[in-house]
Design a protein around this ligand. Structure first.
Ligand SMILES: Cc1cc2nc3c(=O)[nH]c(=O)nc-3n(C[C@H](O)[C@H](O)[C@H](O)COP(=O)(O)OP(=O)(O)OC[C@H]3O[C@@H](n4cnc5c(N)ncnc54)[C@H](O)[C@@H]3O)c2cc1C
Length: 264
């Protein structure tokens, strides 16, 4: 159920990556309903912005009722988020998003997450959700960034059995190059079925979806198009589909089948 919250801020922690933070807040009703791929629409008293801004749910802990978002500072709303202190009230609406990540239930499936930038948070939520349902699930997380310090958000995944594949544009950590450089080895293993879930910059997701199609592996993509209302009303987040129709990224997505999307 979509609700409006004035959620008390619990913590606002800087990450090693410049301008990146994790904001934790108390919202038990949101935690109870949120699914991986869903997001919250945040309002901040910026003085210049009317519209809320979307941020993916990063963590949702049923034991504490706490949820978090991982964000990088771009403009007024994220600057206001960066300035929040414990005890402040975070004004948000959520959980939003009508179509979320759907874990592949085939026996023995290899779950492959491919994230870049602020596409990592919903995939971390998904990996933890899959692990909670099946502690023996086989999971690989391919994380790409421009350099080592921008590889954020995947702490703790190895402890739940996720194999991390780190990629940096400058070669400062892991594979020197793009996420698509390590995917062929993972997708080439035909001993078990595979399924890709990806979120990040559009060119990255396009490349991943095209590679998945070439290997005939299903691929879910979370489209982080600009979403003015987040509620399906304004039509400002249109996603062009290969059947010629347009979907609303916020309520018909944000998750789509990679073969459904017209990328250019
Ligand atoms: C479903 C969804 C989930 C998201 N989850 C996260 C998240 O978990 N963490 C996070 O840091 N961000 C996330 N974003 C992006 C975030 O909503 C935007 O960056 C937002 O504009 C930030 O607001 P702002 O006021 O700080 O900056 P703004 O003033 O809104 O934007 C600053 C600059 O960034 C550009 N910009 C804004 N959004 C985008 C975009 N989507 N693509 C390309 N350029 C853009 C603007 O044109 C402007 O130049 C998500 C977006 C969507 C649609």
């Amino acid at each position: 159920m979509i609700r409006k919250f004035l959620a008390p801020v619990i913590a606002n922690m800087p990450l090693a990556a410049p301008g990146h933070r994790v904001l934790t807040f108390l919202a038990p009703a949101l935690v109870a309903d949120a699914r991986p791929g869903q997001f919250v629409a945040v309002a901040a008293d910026t003085g210049v912005q009317v519209l809320r801004r979307p941020f993916s749910v990063f963590t949702a802990d049923p034991a504490t009722g706490e949820a978090s978002i991982l964000f990088s500072v771009h403009g007024p709303t994220s600057q206001a988020l960066a300035a929040m202190r414990p005890g402040d009230a975070l004004d948000l609406v959520g959980p939003l998003g009508g179509r979320v990540f759907s874990p592949d239930s085939r026996p023995g499936v290899r779950h492959i997450f491919v994230g870049g930038g602020y596409g990592v948070p919903p995939l971390v939520f998904l990996a933890k959700t899959i692990h909670a349902a099946d502690p023996h699930a086989l999971m690989d997380f391919v994380d790409g960034a421009r350099s080592k310090e921008f590889l954020v958000g995947t702490d703790g995944l190895e402890e739940i059995g996720v194999t991390l594949w780190l990629c940096t544009d400058d070669g400062s950590c892991g594979h020197h190059g793009r996420v698509t450089g390590v995917l062929p080895d993972l997708l080439g293993d035909r001993s078990r079925p595979a399924h890709i879930y990806t979120c990040g910059p559009t060119p990255m997701m396009q490349a991943v979806a095209e590679m998945a199609a070439a290997f005939d592996v299903p691929c879910q993509v979370s489209m982080e198009v600009f979403m003015p209302c987040g509620l399906g009303v304004c039509m400002g987040c249109a996603v062009h589909r290969t059947d010629g129709t347009y979907a609303r990224g916020c309520v018909d997505g944000p998750v789509f089948d990679g073969r459904e999307v017209v990328w250019q």
